[in-house]
Ligand binder design. Structure first.
Ligand SMILES: NC(=O)c1ccc[n+]([C@@H]2O[C@H](COP(=O)([O-])OP(=O)(O)OC[C@H]3O[C@@H](n4cnc5c(N)ncnc54)[C@H](O)[C@@H]3O)[C@@H](O)[C@H]2O)c1
Length: 335
């Protein structure tokens, strides 16, 4: 059986997902593509063997679409995910679920009302071999419980223009999610520190940002978020455990010595670091659709919690105050 996927948003990551689904994931094809840029949709559809349509609703309602992949800009996700829920089609929604808590809550409430886990969130780091192996070091036979987790997330240039709130809701949202997943815990509070800016930071913005979070069990998490770092795309994660420490390798397995230099090159952006994680995530999603099992990745609840924490972090950025994280009870659908 082949899962026919309809794609909404044919840009950088939508194109990558479509090529994976058409060529590198077993059991899937791309049947329909929509993008507000019609030429882009047509070109990608021709490349992956699908057809382009004129509205996102045409993707969702198409008879030859079994599941939908949302890869449009952040502020389109909630509306498009609600439309997918309305017709009961399984959906992979790129992160974030929404750039604010209120829109994310509308999607959560709609899925809970339906009573079926139809949405999987594109928090692909949960499928990255580096993070998976890092988490496997935790516990009594490894480094013990995670006490302190230190993260950095650097882009060469701000991918969607420099806006400090976007650095949180669009980029640091990955760290907000992956550290919840690493610790199996929720955050108690978040605080955002700003300081000396990098040379490319426009007036009125802050870059880098430093996020400090504490989980309910007391794990201290920090995140350096530097989107105009110029150095390349680099993501690090180092954990101090109760009885040891572990540091994630970064996907580079060879250090080459040449011209008085030893090391490895950095990719320009995320596809160069997390390409395999995206493919593994898509394969796990397609396999779960074939088998009729609950999607294995991050849920709508995880997307909602990410939006709550990011909204609190943006409030801390604006006020300079530490923000408590208040969550409603987790619906039974996600237990
Ligand atoms: N999981 C990850 O690591 C990861 C990586 C990159 C991007 N993303 C997410 O994927 C989404 C797309 O990011 P991108 O880098 O591909 O951006 P992009 O700008 O390259 O592509 C976005 C595409 O959406 C189209 N678009 C604009 N409005 C639309 C609408 N209303 N409906 C449908 N399409 C519309 C644009 O024309 C463009 O082709 C973002 O939400 C981003 O956060 C996730």
């Amino acid at each position: 059986m082949t899962m026919r996927v309809g794609l909404i948003g044919a840009g950088n990551i939508g194109g990558s997902h479509a090529r994976d689904l058409a060529g590198r994931v077993a059991g899937s094809s791309v049947s329909v593509v929509f993008d507000v840029d019609r030429d882009r949709a047509s070109a990608l559809a021709a490349e992956v063997g699908g057809r382009a349509v004129g509205a996102y609703q045409d993707v969702i309602e198409a008879a030859d679409v079994d599941a939908v992949l949302i890869a449009s800009p952040d502020d389109c996700h909630a509306e498009q995910a609600l439309a997918c829920l309305a017709v009961g089609k399984p959906t992979l929604c790129e992160k974030p679920l929404a750039p604010n808590e209120a829109d994310a809550r509308r999607v959560l409430d709609a899925e809970v009302a339906i009573g079926r886990r139809l949405i999987m969130m594109g928090f692909m780091r949960r499928f990255d071999p580096g993070y998976v192996e890092l988490k496997a070091t935790f516990g009594p036979d490894g480094i013990g419980d995670p006490l302190i987790i230190r993260n950095s997330h650097r882009n060469e240039v701000a991918p969607y223009g420099l806006d400090s709130a976007l650095s949180i809701t669009n980029a640091a949202i990955h760290e907000i999610d992956i550290n919840r997943w690493l610790t199996d815990d929720e955050y108690a509070w978040v605080e955002v520190l700003t300081g000396r800016n990098g040379p490319l930071t426009p007036e009125g913005q802050h870059d880098p940002l430093f996020l400090l979070l504490k989980t309910r069990l007391g794990t201290v998490v920090d995140v350096e978020m530097y989107v105009q770092s110029q150095l390349g795309y680099e993501v690090t994660c180092a954990v101090t455990g109760g009885t040891g420490a572990a540091e994630m390798a970064d996907g580079a397995y060879v250090n080459a010595s040449r011209a008085l230099h030893r090391g490895h090159s950095l990719p320009q952006q995320w596809l160069g670091r997390f390409g395999e994680a995206y493919r593994l995530q898509l394969q796990a999603w397609i396999t779960s659709l074939e088998q009729g099992t609950v999607p294995p990745g991050a849920s709508t609840w995880d997307g909602y919690v990410g939006a709550v924490v990011a909204t609190a972090a943006v409030a801390s950025l604006r006020t300079g105050q530490r923000q408590a994280i208040e969550l409603p009870p987790r619906p039974a659908l996600y237990s």
